[in-house]
Write a protein that binds this ligand. Structure first.
Ligand SMILES: Nc1ncnc2c1ncn2[C@@H]1O[C@H](COP(=O)(O)OP(=O)(O)O)[C@@H](O)[C@H]1O
Ligand SMILES: [Mg+2]
Length: 602
């Protein structure tokens, strides 16, 4: 990988160009030719001036006008050829841009679902879309200019020494000084700095997306941006970075700009010196004019090539980021699925650690959930319950052991087949922008009206929909239509009921519901899991009393297992949890009574 990164940047773009790989070289050749055509007029003008100055009495007018026309034709030709060069560079750039996006999107589709927890949508978007756009600017505009920036200086240096090497040296001196400064600026130190700069820009961009997502919370709790420490820090980091960046470039840049424009200061003394030595005055003057004309071009080209280095770096980093994404281990979904034999779910000695964590989130867990059974996972927060649910839906691949659905390793089941068989309702499941109907039929687009109605009733969503002016066609988020967390959860349940998958994963689906919603959601969950293979995670122990089995999960291991009665008799962790739970329920009832009494007395 490290070696690959050192590859010349153009080589890294060619794979995305498809069959038209010649476009880019063609564009470089054309812009190179146009660079030659652009210099030619200067040489011709120099010829004309020489002729006029050296023999003013006997000017050959036809000769002069021939040179003049040639200069004109060459300038026009230069523009036309340059245009053709840009045309082919644009064609190449569009191909690369689309190619990169395609490859990126395809990769994203193969990512483990868990990938999206770690990588904000802002960041992913930046890698795929912005990266492709950056390379477009580079390939379509900056690269063709590079051909000019290479061809022009070579011709110029040759010319500069052919015309008069002494004046050539005088005009080159400031440029050499400027060039050395430029090298210093884009030295490896500067490069490192740039990388940090773009990294911090990216960080700020992705944090800002998270921040905007969190604005409702910020508003509700009357907080300021300071509560979004990470976003705040990323802004400060960026600010410091930009400040340091500016300071670093301040002096060399002023020196560079000044010296590059200073050719005349070196040329005039040289011309005076040459005339003083008795050289032909008109010829020295003609050469002087030539150098005055030509040195700004040289300056301009070098200025361009400075940005070129910077732009190459930006393009390189864009493709680095895409490469990193492509290097991320995808899931390797198989196309030819093995048929599921039944709707059981089984963990066999499963071990799993999150990326970058040395701790096992799941530490050799085995259990089997037969078709139609319900098991509940309980235990303190951080034990690994959510991870178990997610591994069941193959959000990630396990490190050791196997997750089997219907007796088949989930790795041997195609993504479509797996998703057809599993429904999940997680704490943070959100509705997307669209009508309620679209949200409900999301998992099964050809659902019959009857199924939808049944799901609405079973999920206790009827009253929500009837309360909305446009009913099922109400678009969430439009015209101030807003559903509470509990209401959203019920719609999500309706979606799962319509989908009617035989295996159901529920992760603390009631956790954020208010008491009124909780009761309704409980009812909806019962409907959803009726007759299904169900893995549920619940922190309110009432809902686990009649499940087939309870697994108590602690530190990634199964600490206890059994039915509610068995676990109570055992007198272990579950018994303690249950006693705590009873106390809290009792406390709630007592406090409610007190409040009521207080109300009556008043
Ligand atoms: N996306 C993640 N990246 C890294 N570690 C995680 C991630 N999600 C959970 N963990 C860690 O894995 C362990 C189990 O977490 P989790 O399955 O969410 O527990 P539970 O649902 O029982 O509260 C915890 O130590 C938690 O910090
Ligand atoms: Mg959890």
């Amino acid at each position: 990988m490290q070696k690959e990164k050192k590859k010349f940047v153009l080589k890294r773009f060619t794979p995305y160009m498809g069959s038209k790989k010649a476009l880019l070289p063609l564009s470089l050749v054309l812009t190179g030719i146009s660079a030659v055509l652009n210099i030619l007029p200067f040489v011709l003008v120099w010829y004309i001036i020489r002729d006029i100055l050296s023999a003013p009495q006997s000017i050959d007018v036809s000769n002069v006008s021939f040179y003049a026309w040639l200069a004109f034709a060459s300038a026009i030709g230069g523009i036309i050829v340059y245009f053709c060069g840009l045309l082919s560079s644009h064609l190449a750039a569009f191909r690369v841009e689309i190619g990169m996006q395609k490859v990126g999107m395809k990769k994203i589709l193969s990512m483990p679902l868990g990938f999206f927890d770690k990588h904000s949508s802002g960041k992913i978007r930046k890698i795929v879309n912005d990266g492709a756009a950056t390379t477009h600017t580079f390939l379509a505009h900056q690269l063709p200019d590079m051909a000019g920036s290479i061809v022009t200086p070579i011709i110029l240096i040759a010319l500069i020494f052919i015309v008069d090497w002494r004046m050539g040296l005088a005009s080159l001196l400031p440029i050499i000084l400027g060039f050395i400064t430029m090298r210093f600026m884009v030295s490896s130190e500067g490069k490192k700095f740039q990388k940090k700069y773009y990294d911090s820009l990216e960080e700020m961009s992705s944090e800002s997306v998270e921040y905007i997502r969190g604005i409702p919370v910020v508003k509700t709790f009357g907080q300021s941006i300071f509560s979004f420490k990470r976003f705040y820090n990323s802004i400060i980091k960026y600010k410091d970075m930009v400040y340091a960046y500016t300071i670093l470039w301040q002096r060399p840049m002023s020196f560079y700009t000044t010296i590059m424009q200073a050719a005349a200061f070196f040329l005039i003394p040289m011309a005076i010196f040459l005339i003083g030595r008795g050289e032909n005055l008109p010829l020295v003057f003609a050469d002087f004019i030539f150098y005055i004309l030509i040195s700004p071009i040289f300056t301009m080209i070098l200025m361009k090539s400075m940005y070129f280095q910077q732009n190459t770096l930006i393009a390189e980093q864009a493709i680095d980021r895409l490469d990193n994404l492509l290097d991320y281990p995808g899931m390797g979904y198989i196309e030819n699925t093995k048929n599921i034999k039944n709707h059981s779910l089984e963990f066999k000695d499963v071990v799993f650690s999150y990326e970058g964590s040395s701790k096992r989130a799941i530490d050799k867990i085995s259990f089997k959930l037969n078709e139609g059974e319900t098991i509940a996972l309980v235990g303190a927060s951080g034990g690994g319950k959510t991870t178990i649910a997610r591994l069941s839906a193959r959000f990630w691949d396990v490190d050791e052991g196997e997750v089997l659905v219907g007796g088949i390793n989930v790795k041997d089941i195609s993504k479509e087949e797996l998703m057809d068989n599993i429904s999940f309702v997680f704490q943070n499941t959100k509705l997307f922008k669209g009508s309620l109907r679209e949200n409900i039929v999301f998992g099964k687009e050809n659902a019959e009206e009857e199924e939808i109605n049944k799901a609405i009733d079973f999920s206790q969503s009827r009253e929500i929909i009837e309360g909305l002016q446009d009913g099922l066609d109400t678009v969430i988020g439009s015209k101030g239509t807003y559903l509470s967390g509990g209401e959203q959860q019920r719609i999500v349940l309706a979606r799962a009921i319509v989908k009617n998958a035989p295996i159901v994963l529920l992760d603390e689906a009631t956790a954020f519901a208010d008491p009124e919603n909780e009761h309704l959601i409980q009812k909806a969950l019962k409907e959803l899991s009726r007759g299904k293979t169900t893995l549920m995670i619940a922190h309110r122990l009432t809902s686990v009393q009649d499940v087939d089995r309870i697994l108590v999960i602690e530190s990634g291991k199964i600490a206890e297992t059994g039915t509610h009665e068995e676990l109570l008799n055992k007198g272990g962790i579950y018994k303690r949890m249950w006693d705590e739970y009873q106390k809290s329920v009792a406390w709630k009832i007592v406090s409610k009574d007190t409040v009521n009494k207080g109300g009556q007395n008043a």
